[in-house]
Design a protein around this ligand. Structure first.
Ligand SMILES: Nc1ncnc2c1ncn2[C@@H]1O[C@H](COP(=O)(O)OP(=O)(O)OP(=O)(O)O)[C@@H](O)[C@H]1O
Ligand SMILES: [Mg+2]
Length: 326
């Protein structure tokens, strides 16, 4: 059985008309379809990557899985149980088992807490261990993420570098021994020089501590390095999902192909056919019927404007949502 099963996950945000429009009777309320019918599964021990341009619904998907945001429709099952029904102790268990690492190590840490208190916060709030065991586990976890406990435990966030702060964020997520870690662009605020270190750390820890991971990034070269499967989203929907090597070397969806072609290749002799996509990233506000990618797709036909393509398994394990893919 899969650890996580997401089915038809949907989140709409309603944008109300401005006061000005309402007074004058003009304009209309809009719906942002941030996430629409997203389905995927995650196996135990697996690292799944989610990629796609800004605003395509990656963070909204993560927030729903961590139960920080309610879905408008669809279901999320963790170890077979729908997370909608969780209450009391089962909800506390879920809050322990599923942890999120945020993008911004500057914003996600309380500036008035020491490193020790930051990492101890979740175990204390969940009432997991007595103070002696909490201390032992916090110090051990700081060591795991490469921060010497004695040198760091009494520091405040402003007394550390960005990379050190992100390590504290990782320690805070891992101290409770989660089964699923959601990393929402954990490197994008960091200097390129320290990204590789943090990336290696997450990969190494996921193997040693056996947690599953959903890793969100704009950067396909990072995802190709760390994940086993890759899911590519566009304006709230899944365009392609499959084994990372297969998706990167022979993508089926024209959007996936364009995204991959945009990644620089170190060897200038390598020439890849680049499907041209034009136009700006649209917004998922009141999207037209049919395929979300229709306005920018080089292969668009009438059918794409009328029917939303279903996600279908075109090659073993490789799923695509495109009428034209073959
Ligand atoms: N609370 C909210 N209210 C209204 N709209 C929202 C809200 N949260 C997100 N959105 C909209 O939903 C869409 C998806 O946002 P989301 O943050 O999930 O994108 P993302 O893929 O994480 O982007 P990025 O790569 O920039 O982090 C965007 O159009 C965004 O403007
Ligand atoms: Mg985001």
């Amino acid at each position: 059985m899969a650890l996580l099963e997401v089915e038809g996950l949907t989140r709409h945000f309603h944008l109300r008309r401005s006061l000005f429009d309402r007074v004058l009777g003009g304009g209309a309320d809009h719906v942002i379809k941030a996430v629409e019918g997203v389905s995927f599964t995650l196996d135990s021990g697996e690292i799944l990557g989610i990629a796609g341009e800004s605003g395509c619904g990656k963070s909204t998907t993560c927030l729903m899985i961590t139960k920080l945001l309610e879905p408008s429709a669809g279901s999320i099952r963790f170890k077979g149980a729908d997370i909608r029904g969780l209450k009391g102790q089962t909800l506390r268990d879920y809050r322990r088992q599923v942890q999120i690492i945020f993008q911004d190590p500057y914003e996600s840490l309380n500036p008035r807490f020491t490193v020790f208190d930051l990492v101890a916060e979740a175990p204390r709030a969940l009432g997991l261990w007595d103070e002696a065991e909490t201390e032992e586990r916090v110090l051990r976890t700081l060591g795991l993420v490469g921060l010497k406990p004695e040198a760091y435990k009494d520091r405040f966030p402003h007394e550390m570098s960005g990379g050190e702060r992100q390590r504290v964020g990782i320690a805070s997520a891992l101290v409770v021994e989660p089964e699923l870690v959601i990393a929402d662009e954990p490197l994008s605020m960091l200097d390129v020089s320290i990204r590789a270190g943090i990336l290696d750390l997450i990969r190494d820890l996921s193997e040693r501590l056996h947690f599953s991971c959903i890793y969100v990034s704009h950067d396909l070269s990072i995802l190709a390095n760390i994940t086993q499967r890759l899911m590519i989203m566009y304006l709230g929907q899944v365009m392609e999902l499959g084994p990372v090597r297969q998706v990167v070397t022979s993508p089926l969806h024209p959007y996936a192909a364009a995204l991959i072609a945009a990644v620089p290749v170190p060897d200038p002799r390598v020439k890849r056919p680049v499907p041209k996509i034009s136009g700006d990233v649209s917004q998922p506000i009141d999207p037209p019927p049919g395929c979300r990618f229709q306005a920018r797709c080089p292969l668009v036909i009438d059918r794409c404007r009328a029917e939303t393509p279903p996600l279908r398994e075109l090659r073993p394990e490789q799923w695509v949502s495109c009428h034209r893919a073959e």
